[in-house]
Design a protein around this ligand. Structure first.
Ligand code: GTP
Ligand code: MG
Length: 193
């Protein structure tokens, strides 16, 4: 897709703050620091519209971005970051659960995993959570630039098996550095719009 405009709409923590426009929406999910915000930036050709950081825990709110006035990407705080308190973790869980279980225009969740390593226990839990609520889901294995091309298929297979992915669910390679996978993923998103 040719992206001609993109902007942040709102950083939300509760449903009253979610944008009202009933346009197709895609939400990111994934471990802290895996590259969710970087994914959004690369998909829309922006350097730092979604704020990124080399330290985990950068994204703390549900950040809604509007693309070409026709769809939303929602950047979501990551999980699995050790240095958060119990109460912070509980607040995160509630915010995520409320969003994923109540958002009418949500067309699919994009679960971002790190291609270099097998998915973590938290990744598996997130996959199962999304499946439990019967949300359409795509898995994106990012940081592909960090491993040699010859190993991509093997790592994809490990990710698919470790998550216990359903046959019909798709997994895509991605790199925010090189843009690998971008066109294929836009093609897949179009099917949900
Ligand atoms: P939280 O907001 O903490 O949940 O993290 P996030 O998932 O949004 O990660 P973010 O996009 O901020 O990226 C984390 C770090 O990984 C940054 O230093 C990025 O530059 C780096 N990174 C993200 N994607 C890629 C990629 O595809 N390749 C490489 N080499 N680095 C990446
Ligand atoms: Mg982020």
């Amino acid at each position: 897709m040719k992206v001609t405009s993109s902007d942040i709409v709102i950083s939300a923590v509760k449903p009253e703050q979610y944008p009202a426009e009933p346009i197709p929406e895609f939400a990111l999910a994934g471990r802290s620091n895996v590259g969710k915000s970087s994914f959004i930036n690369k998909m829309i050709n922006r350097k730092n519209l979604a704020r990124t950081s080399s330290k985990p825990g950068k994204t703390q709110t549900l950040n809604f971005y509007i693309i070409n006035d026709m769809l939303h990407f929602v950047d979501v705080p990551g999980y699995g970051y050790a240095k958060v308190s119990k109460s912070e973790r509980a607040a995160w869980g509630k915010m995520i659960e409320t969003y994923f279980t109540s958002r009418e225009q949500l067309r699919a969740a994009l679960l971002i995993v790190d291609l270099r390593h097998p998915p973590t226990r938290d990744d598996i839990s997130m996959y199962e959570f999304l499946k439990h609520y019967e949300l359409p889901l795509m898995v994106i294995a990012t940081k592909a630039d960090k491993i040699p091309k010859g190993k991509w298929q093997k790592h994809l297979k490990i990710a698919r098996e470790t998550l216990g992915m359903d046959k019909q669910d798709e997994i895509f390679l991605f790199s925010s550095e090189t843009g690998e996978g971008k066109d294929k993923i836009w093609g897949a998103l179009k099917k949900y719009m």
